[in-house]
Each structure stands twice: as structure tokens, then as C-alpha cells.
Design a protein around this ligand. Sequence first.
Ligand code: CO
Length: 207
Amino acid sequence: MVKDLIENNRAWSLAKTEVDPNFFKRLAAQQSPEFLWIGCSDSRVPANEIVGLDPGELFVHRNVANLAPPQDANYLSVLQYAVEVLKVKHIMVVGHYGCGGVQAAVDGQRHGLIDHWLHPIREVFDENRKELEGLEDGAPRMDRLCELNVMRQVRNVASDVFVQDAWLRDQKIAVHGWVYSLKNGLITDLGATVRCLDDYKLMVGRS
Ligand code: CO
């Protein structure tokens, strides 16, 4: 029931102010999160909860299959604000195993508009076809595609001019690639972190 949600909200607000009477006053005055989370819209991957952060601590952008498409005005607006105004220190692209979006991208079915949104994932699949087709059809192949998709989105973020310009003015930003497991609630760091222009050049094979 929707009514229950409002009641939950009242209880939550009360609980927060009981622990810290100035909690909302402080948050209303300003936000200064150190992290930007780019994750999937999937209801089972609630950003703040998974990493134990309070309101005000995590700037969040979510869409189907955690994409960072270089022409998407929504994502770019979030990225620019996070980098230039909030000056976040870390950006994490967070995929998750069992992602319905990743699966829909390559299941050969027609789903409508979402097929266009998921187009970049089909490109990732095609570029890694040899590796992926060497894996068992089903979960192992899809799990790997989830990882490869995260790494591609890390690359998109790291190659964006907002991020590159920040590095050029010596602003510290690290871009991380993580995958979350719905089965045990644990995050795996894919070890694809990009911390500076040199890291980026290394990643794209440019010296
Ligand atoms: Co998903």
C-alpha cells in the first residue's frame, strides 16, 4: 500500500532526528558527497544501503544496465555536476550479476525502445565474442558480459572531457568498476580503476 510508504517515511524521519537532531538541518544547508555512483535501476541494488552510506554521502545516477553513454544528456549532466560542482573524489560504475538489461541486450528477442538503449552492450558482446562464446551459455557468459560492460562504462567515464579536464587541473578523481552479486550482497572490485590521465592512456593503449 502506498499509504504504508508515507507512514514508513514518518517513522524514518523521526528515527533519524532522534539519533541526530540536526541531521536534516545540516543536509538541507548543503550536500558534499565524495562519491558518484553510476548503477543499474534494478530494485535489488539500492546504492546507499549496499555501501552503508547516509543521505548526503552518495550522488547517484541509475539507469537500465548502468550505462554511461557519451551522448546521454541525463548522465552527462549528473557527471558534470558531480565533477565540477560537488568535486567528488570517486566515481564508481556498479553493475550486477543477473542484470536483466544486459541479458535483454543479447537474447535475440525484440523488446522495443530498450533495444536501442541497450545497443552499447551488443557492441561490447561483439567485440568480446570470442571470449564470451568460449564460456558456458547462460549465467557464466552473462556474468562475464556484465563485467565487460562495467569496464566499458568505466572507459566511457574516464574518456569524458569533464573527467579529463579535471585531471588536467590536478583534481583528484578515481573511476572504479564494481560488480554486485544479488546472491550474497557482496561487491567485487574489477581492478579496473583509472586514477589519472596516465592510467587512462595505459588502458586505451596510448602512450
Ligand atoms: Co540490472
